[in-house]
Design a binder for this molecule. Structure first.
Ligand code: F6R
Length: 270
């Protein structure tokens, strides 16, 4: 796992955009992008939009999750959020952008179909993740099976409180969601997790340095061979080995410095 502490959200956005554009344009290894909603990845999307390249319109995208029971037209459905925050600014082809169908009559079938669609697309090449204050990735709340697949979950009161800022009142936050499972997320070939702010410090520390435990679903990333974690200083503030992570980055070997930051972030084994 590579932990990179950067000064600002804009730096995080640019660093992640380097990795993504390198994969899409330079190496051609990134054809399927996993996208997250929420505040954390917004700097990534704005950097990609600012540095837009026509190859982005050939990228296929899969969202991590969706609320159950909100119509697509609801402004806070993840169909609407992905359209607003990702598809339009990145000028992706809407036909290539997939979001779980939380409005389906048969949500369990929608979960199976989603797994199948990811498989049919060849799997996710790079997954962008945020992390919740509960330690969730996707909406895999504490005690989620570490090998779970896409399924319906019940959101914790903490997550509903955290997401209440997007709704008229906390009671309007749906109780249920469809989320890619931890096993589904772990199938991505590469993962870039972004986190900013003090409110994420505890979850970030537990995910990176804590024991592997379903009590902190993000800790499953310790088992993945290619994870880059991009943090601002506040999100990194509860880590024990902050100095070491900075030392590793500052002393990355010369061959890992060539070109963009992407070559470092993509060139080091876990
Ligand atoms: C969103 C998702 C969630 C969020 C997490 C952090 O698709 O899967 O795991 O990444 O809740 O949300 P923000 O970034 O809004 O703090």
């Amino acid at each position: 796992m590579q932990v990179v502490i950067l000064d600002t959200s804009e730096d995080i956005g640019d660093f992640a955009a380097d990795i993504i554009l390198d994969g899409v344009k330079e190496t051609g290894t990134l054809k399927v992008l996993g996208v997250a909603t929420g505040s954390s990845p917004l700097p990534v999307y704005s950097a990609l939009s600012r540095r837009w390249d026509p190859v982005l319109s050939r990228v296929t995208a899969f969202a991590l999750d969706e609320y159950v029971g909100l119509p697509y037209s609801h402004p806070e459905s993840y169909h609407a959020v992905i359209d607003r925050d990702v598809t339009r600014p990145l000028r992706l082809d809407p036909a290539r952008v997939h979001v779980p169908d939380g409005a389906a009559a048969d949500v369990e079938a929608a979960c199976t179909d989603y797994e199948e669609a990811i498989r049919a697309a060849g799997g996710v090449d790079l997954q962008i993740l945020g992390i919740g204050s509960s330690g969730h990735i996707g909406f895999n709340e504490p005690t989620s099976s570490l090998s779970s697949r896409t399924r319906v979950k019940t959101l914790t009161p903490q997550t509903r409180t955290d997401n209440a800022r997007f709704f008229p009142s906390p009671d309007d936050v749906p109780l249920h969601c469809i989320t890619q499972g931890l096993g589904t997320i772990m199938d991505a070939r590469r993962i870039v997790l972004v986190a900013q702010g003090k409110s994420k410090a505890d979850a970030v520390a537990r995910a990176i340095e804590g024991p592997l435990s379903s009590m902190c679903p993000g800790s499953v990333l310790q088992l993945h061979p290619d994870v880059t974690v991009l943090l601002d200083p506040a999100a990194a503030s509860a880590l024990a080995l902050t100095d070491y992570y900075r030392f590793v980055f500052e002393n990355r070997p010369e061959w890992q410095r060539r070109g963009s930051t992407a070559s470092w972030a993509g060139g080091t084994p876990a």
